[in-house]
Design a protein around this ligand. Structure first.
Ligand SMILES: [Zn+2]
Length: 405
């Protein structure tokens, strides 16, 4: 059976309604995937994450191999039992994290921060893999394509991502071209290792690189799509602005049509509300991002306010007297019990764990409801109108109808 079923395609855009079938159950798409980077969705229990409406979480190879180590998690039979989550899990390959130590993140580059600010550091990159110094204990470690797949095999994730070089933002076309070609060679090594040694039923996604160069992006998408994977992820530098990001993602998705349209498509590390709407319209099936949980831990709530980038900063003094809930009609534990913005603001300013938890739950609920609305809209042919409403500030929670499936 194919890993992905497309149930409906939107006639007005590239959006599709589908189901990813994994060894631990199905994932209805388009879907957002909360981060459980270090084997926990920070501050939340697995049952809470599931009850909000999430079917899959994302664990991270790089962090988990360093602490607590693949061997320990392997002794538990994998990440599911270790962290108490019995639904689907996708694991990132570690490529992004290990290369971020050397290159810095795109945000670092844009803001002029120096790369490698943490204790960890890249020591060498060559055809074999990446030698780096662990930020946990300072020891020298090697991460190779095969090594990444072996860790993901021990974690027994339902979807493994191939090991790639996350090409940085600042490099020139020539570096991007050479790096992307190496990523393609690593793709073959990952797929070969996984097919021979990986756990039964584990799906493998290839990763499209190519930076912001149209020919490289298109070529990478075509190579990855033909590489024998079960799905495709789009990663690396997508540009400095949202308009460029949509263009770059659009090039990749165009190459993933035709015979390759049945491959599920994941957009790595993207999760702003407007990007989720645009990504769904482009034909992306799943997304992951630290944004909803990270914002929640830092006193910012997601609200239907496009002018403010869908964000409400509760640390600001304007909220200290505000008796209203965060969002009328939101089913999260903060809004549904009528807790005021004033109380949440007080908790966040005081650094109380309860405040972080409540805002994390609210933000995850907001994104889950948004994705549910988008799925409903694809199913009933109203995506264009729904997307317009959401971009005009409609709440994804109060207008929500009963789930389609
Ligand atoms: Zn809420």
């Amino acid at each position: 059976m194919s890993a992905f079923t497309i149930e409906m395609s939107d006639p007005s855009s590239g959006a599709r309604l589908g189901v990813i079938h994994t060894a631990h159950g199905k994932v209805r798409t388009p879907a957002f995937v909360p981060l459980a980077t270090k084997a926990t969705v920070k501050g939340m229990l697995g049952a809470e994450v599931a009850s909000i409406g999430y079917e899959m979480v994302l664990g991270n190879t790089f962090h988990l191999m360093l602490n607590p180590g693949a061997e320990l998690i392997g002794r538990f039979g994998g990440l599911h039992r270790f962290m108490g989550w019995d639904g689907p899990i996708i694991t990132d390959s570690g490529g992004f994290q290990v290369f971020s130590m050397g290159h810095g993140t795109i945000a670092d580059e844009i803001k002029g921060r120096r790369a490698g600010g943490r204790e960890g550091a890249i020591l060498a990159i060559d055809e074999q893999g990446v030698r780096f110094r662990s930020y946990v204990d300072g020891r020298e470690r090697l991460l190779t394509p095969e090594g990444s797949m072996a860790v993901q095999a021990a974690l027994r994730s339902d979807i493994a991502l191939v090991f790639d070089e996350c090409t940085p933002f600042h490099v020139d076309r020539d570096y991007t071209a050479r790096s992307t070609e190496r990523t393609h060679r690593w793709l073959q090594r990952c797929v070969r290792w996984q097919r021979e040694n990986g756990p039964d039923g584990q799906l493998v996604y290839g990763i499209v690189q190519g930076g912001v160069y149209e020919d490289l992006r298109r070529e990478s998408a075509a190579v990855v799509a033909a590489g024998g994977c079960d799905g495709v992820a789009i990663g690396g530098s997508l540009g400095a602005e949202k308009s460029q990001m949509y263009e770059v993602v659009g090039w990749a998705v165009e190459e993933l049509g035709g015979d390759f349209a049945a491959l599920p498509r994941h957009l790595l590390g993207i999760g702003d509300i407007d990007d989720l709407i645009a990504g769904v319209e482009l034909g992306i099936d799943t997304f992951d991002c630290a944004m909803p949980t990270r914002l929640g831990r830092h006193g910012t709530a997601l609200v239907p306010d496009p002018q403010a980038r869908w964000r409400m900063d509760l640390i600001r003094s304007a909220r200290r007297q505000d008796e209203r809930p965060l969002l009328e009609g939101c089913p999260c534990p903060a809004c549904s019990t009528g807790l005021s913005r004033a109380y949440l603001s007080y908790l966040c300013r005081s650094g109380e764990l309860t405040g972080m938890r409540l805002l994390t739950a609210h933000n995850l609920t907001f994104v889950a409801q948004l994705m549910m609305r988008l799925r409903e809209a694809i199913a009933d042919g109203s995506l264009a109108q729904t997307a317009a409403d959401l971009r005009a500030g409609a709440s994804p929670t109060v207008c929500s109808r009963a789930p389609v499936r």
